[in-house]
Ligand binder design. Structure first.
Ligand SMILES: O=C[C@H](O)[C@H](O)[C@H](O)COP(=O)(O)O
Length: 227
């Protein structure tokens, strides 16, 4: 099976976690897009969705699914989203598409985070994928200096994320510093350390609040991991 077929399989499986008549929290990225396309098939059975990015909101609306602002919603049963990396404990690196902050916010309101991923995302230790840190633009240099002081390891480098030759700007008007070369032994501790740096909006470590379930797409079928 191709990686897209694996993503499609987990997206279909995730539909089982959608609660009739409710508002669904929806993630961002290619796997989440497959989920949105599956959600569209049952759109008459849900009230609508809360999107974790402008791109996701646009795709939802394109399918005729009502999109609610998070401020209009007091609770959600599930938030369904992909990951760049996930461990056997449910800790994740997210933000490869730049949506980490709104993803973390929407996920924090949901009762369950259902991660949908192809098997290539399952790792023993987080860090092979660059760790995104969303930063207020005027704090870029100050935050980079503070990150270097964390002694993140000999192979670590910090890169400003670019897109189409210009600094990537998030939906929140911020920049992203990617930390490459990490081996994250304690994701919860590192998430807390980076969150405390003045100028940091959020970090793409979902460890203190990781996934509750991971639907992992593999050639021999979808595996369900409960955390
Ligand atoms: O910012 C993007 C999100 O964190 C995505 O969930 C993550 O990057 C995984 O994306 P994909 O499903 O395209 O691999």
């Amino acid at each position: 099976m191709t990686q897209d077929e694996l993503k499609q399989a987990v997206a279909r499986e995730a539909i089982k976690y959608v609660v009739d008549g409710e508002i669904v929290g929806v993630g961002t990225g290619s796997t989440a897009n497959f989920f949105i396309d599956e959600l569209a098939k049952i759109k008459d059975s849900i009230k609508g969705a809360v999107a974790s990015s402008e791109a996701t909101a646009e795709r939802l609306r394109g399918h005729g699914i009502d999109v609610f602002e998070l401020n209009q919603v007091a609770r959600m049963s599930v938030y369904i989203d992909g990951a760049d990396e996930i461990t056997a404990q449910g800790a994740m690196i997210k933000g490869g598409g730049g949506a980490l902050t709104r993803e973390k916010i929407v996920a924090s309101v949901a009762e369950k985070f259902i991660c949908i991923a192809d098997a290539s995302k399952l790792v023993k230790t987080l860090g092979k994928f660059p760790l995104p840190v969303e930063v207020i633009p005027m704090a870029q240099s100050a935050v980079a200096r503070q990150l270097m002081k964390l002694n993140l390891g000999p192979d670590c480098e910090i890169e400003l994320r670019f897109k189409d030759g210009k600094p990537f700007i998030t939906d929140n008007g911020c920049i992203i510093l990617d930390i490459i070369g990490l081996k994250i032994a304690d994701p919860v501790a590192l998430e807390a350390q980076i969150n405390q740096i003045t100028g940091v909006v959020s970090v793409g470590l979902f460890a203190k609040q990781g996934a509750n379930v991971c639907l992992l797409g593999a050639p021999d079928g979808v595996k369900t991991m409960n955390f």
